[in-house]
Design a protein around this ligand. Structure first.
Ligand code: SAM
Ligand code: DTB
Ligand code: SF4
Length: 343
């Protein structure tokens, strides 16, 4: 079994991984995972929507697209102080990274100074910063890098072939251009996508192939299970077989052995056993906190209780960013989480 990261995957090789018997695939994924990570550590990030709804893009899965009537309460860009208050709360609850998301096609000149102030302020609190603001040009990316932004989230969402069945207001290639700006500015890339949108098995392998064949593997790879939103074109799409979701995590782990694979949206619809299987398959990051951007997430206390039952601890140091301690010393973790326990 090769463990050197590769960037030259072919579809047929990835299809072959997906077609392995479930136990063989999980064994290979878990073995890969143990070579690069503490198998009992999971990185935790907290999300905040800093600008909500009325988005000009037509992503068929999204509650925030202005093209669909999803009964979402829209909100203008939050004040910097409000964002810093939320970041402080996330830190006190034990998150190591604070991710700020805006429903924009791209940030405007007018809003950009506030965005930079948010990055600087959140960083000053001792948290890693992540932003997801849509398309960026080189100048904006450079300014974010200078402000100290650690991660930029920009998902490719699905395969190149399925992309225009899901989004028509932008092109797959434009997503890759923004990812290139981010990489070139030295900001760490967070990029993944969604499954359960009616895509084929070949689309799922094509989606992972695109990520794995980027010049550098993304530092974080969020794998979202579609949260079906009333009013969007995907509200009634058929559920993905849960084992296919686990296979997706396992194949992502094998293709991108050193990346954090994030078990992202859709955890609320998963039971504890399913999440445990995902951690075994190589997921080592979650969104933590009662809300994602506009939809709900498992309660933080329930996550800590699950961690305790599984002997999992929040990742103490992200190996890719040694300057940050992932669980700040001041973190006020729930009482039943014993940070001194050896796992
Ligand atoms: N507007 C920015 C953009 O699209 O790049 C950032 C925010 S957007 C909400 C971030 C990602 O969340 C999307 O790319 C998609 O992968 C994921 N997402 C959005 N709605 C979702 C849903 N209903 N279910 C699962 N994932 C979703
Ligand atoms: C990602 O891949 N998933 C997060 C984050 N990146 C920004 C967002 C999930 C959103 C789920 C639907 C919602 O809450 O609106
Ligand atoms: Fe807008 Fe992002 Fe939602 Fe697409 S996913 S509609 S770009 S907020």
């Amino acid at each position: 079994m090769s463990v050197l990261p590769r960037h030259d995957w072919h579809n047929h090789e990835i299809d072959a991984l997906f077609q392995l018997p479930f136990n063989d695939l999980l064994f290979q994924a878990h073995s890969t995972h143990r070579l690069h990570f503490d198998p009992n550590a999971v990185q935790i990030s907290t999300l905040l929507s800093i600008k909500t709804g009325a988005c000009p893009e037509d992503c068929k899965y999204c509650s925030q697209s202005g093209h669909y009537n999803t009964e979402l309460e829209k909100e203008k860009l939050l004040a910097v102080e409000k964002v810093l208050e939320e970041a402080q709360r996330a830190k006190a609850n034990g998150a190591s990274r604070f991710c700020m998301g805006a429903a924009w096609k791209h940030p405007s000149r007018k809003d950009f100074p506030a965005v930079l102030a948010m990055v600087k302020g959140v960083r000053r609190l001792g948290l890693e910063t992540c932003m997801t603001l849509g398309q960026l040009d080189q100048e904006q990316t450079q300014a974010l890098a200078e402000a100290g932004l650690d991660y930029y989230n920009h998902n490719i969402d699905t395969s190149r072939e399925y992309y225009d069945k899901i989004i028509t207001t932008r092109k797959f290639e434009e997503r890759l251009d923004t990812l290139a700006h981010v990489r070139e500015a030295g900001i760490k890339v967070c990029s993944g996508g969604i499954v359960g949108m009616g895509e084929s098995a070949r689309d799922r392998s094509g989606f992972l192939r695109e990520l794995a064949n980027l010049p550098q593997h993304p530092h974080s790879v969020p794998i979202n299970n579609l949260v079906k939103i009333k009013g969007t074109p995907l509200e009634n799409v058929a559920d993905l077989d849960p084992f296919d979701f686990v296979r997706m995590i396992a194949v992502a782990r094998i293709l991108m052995p050193k990346s954090h694979v994030r078990l992202s949206a859709g955890r609320e619809q998963m039971n504890d056993q399913m999440q445990a299987l995902c951690f075994f398959a190589g997921a080592n990051s979650i969104f933590y906190g009662d809300k994602l951007l506009t939809t709900s997430n498992p309660l933080a206390n329930d996550d800590m209780a699950l961690f305790a039952r599984l002997g999992i601890h929040p990742e103490v140091r992200d190996s890719s960013s040694p300057e940050f301690a992932a669980v700040p010393e001041s973190a006020n973790l729930p009482v039943y989480y014993d940070a001194t326990a050896t796992h």
